[in-house]
Structure formats: structure tokens, C-alpha cells
Ligand binder design. Structure first.
Ligand SMILES: Cc1cc2nc3c(=O)[nH]c(=O)nc-3n(C[C@H](O)[C@H](O)[C@H](O)COP(=O)(O)O)c2cc1C
Ligand code: SF4
Length: 443
């Protein structure tokens, strides 16, 4: 794997864009103009050729998603921008919106007309006040300047629930209900089923995914592919938080080593401490300190048994108890699970209980066996990916830190007294994030 010599080539984060004049002066609007020139099919072909993969967590190829939507003969289609950003340790979507809401709105305009959408929606948390205001202001400026495209865009404000970010939960909220993931995916059951039961598919894309679109259309697929790796073209906006000197958000070329994010961007561990792991959110396996040279790409993280997630890395040093990390992360997922699928709700609870017993003392080898058994069942008949995330995280913790967990099975409480919090990021102040007030600690 070739490592980029210069990890800081920038596509998306070219500094704060203060107003529409500044945006157009830096080339904004060129993507929309070219999209109008070449037409929807050529736009989709360009996005396909670029190899752009969704930045919301799953890494699905964006051009293939769009082409699939246009292949259906549905009478109406919708575009939905996922701005819920609920993954712990991730702050990049809000950072992108704060820095430059225009490129996102231009991306939405291009995407909506490429897939033939009748309307577009931006699903965003009600609590993201600054970002809502930034988007509303930018949308008004772009409409006045004739740069908003042809498809109407509505902002839909939703709850803080973790499942608001899950695409099927998001569609439920847009239709006015709670974020309980429905059975069928958005390309089958989209929005506003007609009275005679006809489905109207929706394409759901993340903020960062759509922010890449104007640049790809303005500059071409080959230009985009000149950044990053063959299987993970482009850059990604990464978040680093937890036990590092500087918590931060940064755009890096795909293929940059994770150690660059942790040690250069993040400034490395606190004095006298050693890093033990970096966790790509709550739904991926931990990357132990010995593997921090892994390239930040979909294939790189997969090769070490983990995943890129939404590019947010939570770092823990040697002061954190492994069992308590297991308990706190599983408890977050247990609370987030809606309970429509019993194995998900029961499994996240059982794993929380097992890790908590190990951390507090009174745990035994039986708790580890229970945990291992639930890993297999927690994903059974699941409607959404939350249970799979629990499995990936807990399986990885048992695989990479099994010895630690076995050492906790002797019945004595862990010698570490440090609290472990799941970092749900509210805002960045200097070089520290403000975390949302944690729920009572489980570990
Ligand atoms: C439990 C859960 C929570 C999720 N939260 C988010 C989120 O906050 N933001 C997001 O963009 N995607 C989130 N996703 C992924 C979305 O369901 C979906 O895959 C994504 O928005 C698709 O966009 P993309 O193809 O551009 O990545 C979540 C998935 C799951 C299973
Ligand atoms: S998998 Fe879990 S979170 Fe997702 S719908 Fe089922 S119970 Fe709810």
C-alpha cells in the first residue's frame, strides 16, 4: 500500500467560506454549471467513475447507489441528505457545514437533479442550531443568486436519538414519526408511499459524500482519483478525540497512516501515558496500538479486522480499563437500540451486563462465554445495522484484548478507577471537544 507523501491535500476544507461571494470566488458553482451542461446520465457516470464511496459509515459506492435509483421506473424519487451525525467520536459533518454549507447545498442540487428527484430533504438534529442556521442562510443566498438548482430542498429537524442517523429511521422522521427503522431499505421503501401502495424510492447520502460532488463534477473523475488510493479515492474528514493532546478535525488524503492522525494531528498521548487503541466509533473493532501504521482507507482498516466507519477515531491510553470500555460502548448501543428486534436489544444488554461484571469485580469465565455466545445471536433478524455494530466492536475487543478480559474474570475489581465515557461530541472549543453529558456510566 502506497502511503501518500503529503497527507494534507485538501478538497473539501479550504478554510471558512464566509459568504456566497467567497464561495463563487473560489470556484463554487462550477459543478452545478457543468452538471447542467452534461446532463443527469453523464453526471451519474462521472460519479461512478470517480469511485466515491459513502462517508456515512458503510462506504457504499455513491455512483452505483444513484444508478440503481434511476433504474427503477418509480413515478417519484427523493434525495435525502443525512446530517444527523450521531456516531460517537465524529464531528466532521457539522465541521463541514460550519466551514462551507455552500458546497453541500451545491452537491445536493447536483445529486437531486441527477437522480430525477422531485424533492430533497436534509435530515438534521434539532440540537445542531448553528448548522441549521448556516444552512438556512446559505440556501437563501444561493436561491437569490440562482445557484440552488431546480429541486426544492427542505430541512427536517429531528431528535438526538442515535437511530435518527440510521437511514430507515431518518426516513421515518421525515414522514413525521419516531426514528424506528422500518423493514425495507430506502431504494425499495422511500418516502410518501402513494394511497395505492406504490413505492417512491429515496437515495440517502451523508453530508460529506454530497460535499464531494461539486468538486468531482467540476474537476472530473480522474482528478478525484488522483487523490487517495485505488479502492478509496479522495480525502476524508477525520475526527480524533479521547486520550490525545489535541482533539481535532482534519481532512486527510485516504491512505494516510492512522498514526499520522493520532500522533501528528492529535499530538500523541498525554505525558507519561501510552496509547492502547484507537476505535473507529462504537461499531467497529478497536485498532490496537501496534497497528496504528494502518492506512486510513476502507481496505486498510478491513485488513486489520476493523472498519473506517465515519472517520471518527476515539483514542484510549493505558489508564482505561478494557472491560469498562466494553461496558460503556455496549451500554451506548443498548440504550440506542429501539427493541423492534429482540436479539439486538437482548444482546446489547447481555454484553453490557457481562462487561460491567468483569469491570466491577465478581465477573467470571462464564461472563466471557456469555458474551461470546451473544456475539453470534445479536445480529439475528435485525432491521438495521446496530446489532452488527455491537458484534463488530465486542468481537474485536475480545480478539485484541482477550488476555485483559480474562485477567478481569478472577472476581476482583479492576485496579483502574478512571471513568470511561462514550464521547458524543457537541462542539469543538480550541483543542478539546465538549462531550454531551454522559448517561450514568455502565462500567
Ligand atoms: C445505528 C446507525 C446509525 C447511523 N448513523 C448515521 C449518521 O449519524 N450519519 C450518517 O450519515 N450515517 C449514519 N448511518 C449510516 C446510514 O444508515 C446510511 O448508510 C448513510 O447515511 C448512507 O449515506 P452514504 O452512502 O453517503 O454513506 C448509521 C447507520 C446505523 C446502522
Ligand atoms: S437492529 Fe436493533 S436498533 Fe435496529 S431496528 Fe432492530 S432493535 Fe432497533
Amino acid at each position: 500500500m502506497a502511503i501518500a507523501a503529503e497527507p494534507r491535500r485538501i478538497l473539501l476544507a479550504r478554510g471558512e467560506v464566509s459568504d456566497l461571494d467567497a464561495y463563487t470566488a473560489s470556484g463554487g458553482g462550477r459543478g452545478l454549471a457543468r452538471a447542467a451542461e452534461i446532463g443527469p446520465q453523464a453526471v451519474i457516470a462521472e460519479v461512478r467513475a470517480s469511485g466515491l464511496r459513502g462517508r456515512g459509515g458503510a462506504g457504499f459506492p455513491t455512483g452505483i447507489k444513484w444508478a440503481g435509483a434511476t433504474a427503477s421506473d418509480a413515478s417519484r424519487r427523493y434525495l435525502v441528505c443525512n446530517a444527523a451525525e450521531g456516531e460517537p467520536g465524529t464531528y466532521k459533518d457539522r465541521w463541514l457545514i460550519r466551514n462551507d454549507p455552500y458546497q453541500l447545498l451545491e452537491g445536493i442540487a447536483i445529486a437531486a437533479s441527477a437522480i430525477g428527484a422531485e424533492r430533497a430533504f436534509i435530515g438534521i438534529k434539532r440540537s445542531f442550531r448553528d448548522e441549521v442556521i448556516a444552512l438556512e442562510r446559505a440556501a437563501a443566498e444561493m436561491a437569490e443568486a440562482g445557484l440552488a438548482g431546480t429541486v426544492p430542498v427542505d430541512l427536517v429537524e429531528g431528535p438526538d436519538d442515535y437511530l435518527f442517523g440510521e437511514e430507515k429511521g431518518l426516513l421515518e422522521v421525515i414522514e413525521g414519526r419516531d426514528p424506528l427503522p422500518r423493514l425495507y431499505p430506502p431504494y425499495v421503501q422511500g418516502l410518501f408511499e402513494t394511497p395505492d401502495g406504490a413505492q417512491q424510492p429515496a437515495v440517502v447520502n451523508n453530508v460529506e459524500t454530497l460535499s464531494n460532488i461539486p468538486h468531482i463534477i467540476a474537476n472530473g473523475a480522474e482528478w478525484f482519483r488522483s487523490h487517495g488510493t485505488d479502492k478509496s479515492p479522495g480525502t476524508m474528514v477525520f475526527t480524533v478525540c479521547g486520550d490525545v493532546a489535541r482533539e481535532s478535525v482534519v481532512e486527510l488524503e485516504m491512505g494516510t497512516p492512522l498514526s499520522f492522525l493520532v500522533h501528528v494531528t492529535g499530538g500523541g498521548p498525554h505525558p507519561g501515558r501510552h496509547i492502547r487503541m484507537a476505535l473507529p466509533g462504537v461499531s467497529n473493532a478497536p485498532v490496537p496500538a501496534g497497528r496504528l501504521e494502518v492506512p486510513l482507507s476502507y481496505e486498510g482498516l478491513e485488513a486489520v479486522g476493523s472498519g473506517l466507519g465515519s472517520g471518527g477515531f476515539i483514542v484510549f491510553d493505558d489508564s482505561a480499563c478494557i472491560a469498562r470500555i466494553g461496558a460503556a460502548f455496549s451500554a451506548f448501543l443498548f440504550r440506542g437500540s429501539c427493541g423492534q428486534c429482540p436479539p439486538c436489544k437482548l444482546g446489547t444488554e447481555a454484553l453490557t451486563v457481562a462487561f460491567t461484571r468483569l469491570a466491577r469485580g465478581g465477573g467470571s469465565a462464564g461472563d466471557l462465554e456469555d458474551a461470546a455466545a451473544w456475539l453470534i445471536r445479536v445480529t439475528d433478524a435485525n432491521r438495521c445495522g446496530l446489532g452488527a455494530g455491537q458484534r463488530a466492536f465486542a468481537e474485536g475487543l475480545l480478539r485484541e484484548f482477550g488476555e485483559d478480559l480474562v485477567a478481569h474474570a478472577g472476581g476482583a475489581p479492576c485496579s483502574s478507577t478512571r471513568r470511561v465515557v462514550v464521547p458524543v461530541l457537541e462542539r469543538l472549543e480550541g483543542d478539546r471537544f465538549v462531550y454531551r453529558e454522559p448517561d450514568p456510566e455502565a462500567g
